[in-house]
Design a protein around this ligand. Sequence first.
Ligand SMILES: Cc1cc2nc3c(=O)[nH]c(=O)nc-3n(C[C@H](O)[C@H](O)[C@H](O)COP(=O)(O)OP(=O)(O)OC[C@H]3O[C@@H](n4cnc5c(N)ncnc54)[C@H](O)[C@@H]3O)c2cc1C
Length: 403
Amino acid sequence: MKSHHQVLIVGGGNAGISVAARLLRKNAKLDIAIVEPSEKHYYQPGWTLVGGGAFDVNKTVRNEADCIPPEARWIRDGAEKIEPENNLLITKSGQRITYDFMVVCCGIQLDWHLIKGLPETLGKNGVCSNYLFDIAPYTYECIRSFTSGKAVFTQPSSVIKCGAAPQKIMYLAADNFRKRGILEKSEISFYTGKPGLLRVKEINAALLKIAQRYGLNLIFQSSLIEVRGGAKEAVIEVAKGEGKEQVTVQFDMLHVAPPMSAPDFIKDSPLAVKDDPLGWVDVDGETMQHRQYKNVFSLGDVANLGDTKTGAAVRIQAPILVKNLLDAMEKKAPEEASKYNGYTACPVTTGYGKLLLAEFDHDSKLMPTLPILDPTKEHYSLWLLIRYGMPWLYWNKILKGKA
Ligand SMILES: Cc1cc2nc3c(=O)[nH]c(=O)nc-3n(C[C@H](O)[C@H](O)[C@H](O)COP(=O)(O)OP(=O)(O)OC[C@H]3O[C@@H](n4cnc5c(N)ncnc54)[C@H](O)[C@@H]3O)c2cc1C
């Protein structure tokens, strides 16, 4: 089997498949290989609605074989080591693959192990998370079977993918309790490592009002450090004066978003940002070209592009990266017009049939695609778009490099 490729893509998720498809639409003769260990491809944004009981989990998964563009070679293996000075990638099974150009988009690592007791109890004892395909349906189990008591939701202080996902499921749970007439008997708390609900001030103000509508307790600058599943206790570090204190919180259901970082093999590679323990790929924030290895590009959750880690950001990054990569192949410098501005979007489900769409840039400035829809207000039409339009767009257009 051939062991050298013109373009080697590491990761066949949202970003990897979009980039491969776009490159091949520009030039069908390109020799592209995708290193991807998973037999399954996931539409992860659907997991919020799965956890809220409003979407079928089976509609969020397809065979990876059906997503890889037919003209690309699929290497069904995980990357284990990258030696960019030798243009070499070594896979878990020991294959040695060289490349002219490499695109790194192997996603984000979920660091469950950083919270004591969490891996053992996840998926039982009322401990759930929308961050896993297998566990997201259990979130709805927890919401559905909740009758009264304490529902706790957590978000780490580190950058995570879809930074609004931990609170979206809380609003859905609150709305579910309201519809079933048990909201008054419920104490819903959000422990977040962040100083607010979202870094865009207009959206933050709107979300604070929504949280008030449901009577939610918001505890900022706090981090989950331990879960005792059997005892249904969460140990949380909360801010106190200048310092911190640990509190033990009882729960009837606990939804966790774990800390996240770049996959370990990226952290350990020369591609990572030096001295950053989170280990993101060190790219130029505008061109997405590696700062040191000019034949390496990166996008999506693994790239050092700030807290823009969403599929919506990938949709904007992919065509820019493809243009810059094709230019680099022709030894041309990236054009001024082909620069990423840090756009990202968080569709915040604030209840069943209610959605607030926050679109913004690196500087937390609002960038609404549809200015006629006030981004600080909830819209039913946007709920319909996310519930029905986006999954279709993802499978049929985004992964085909057409949107
Ligand atoms: C609960 C939840 C809700 C979300 N909601 C939204 C939303 O509403 N809107 C939105 O825009 N985004 C949302 N997202 C975020 C979105 O799904 C991600 O930002 C997007 O998938 C990033 O694309 P990616 O290609 O970088 O990573 P991924 O799509 O995760 O793909 C990474 C790929 O790399 C592969 N890989 C891993 N390790 C290796 C290795 N060693 N070698 C080779 N390949 C490897 C993986 O198997 C995977 O296929 C949500 C995510 C979650 C979990």
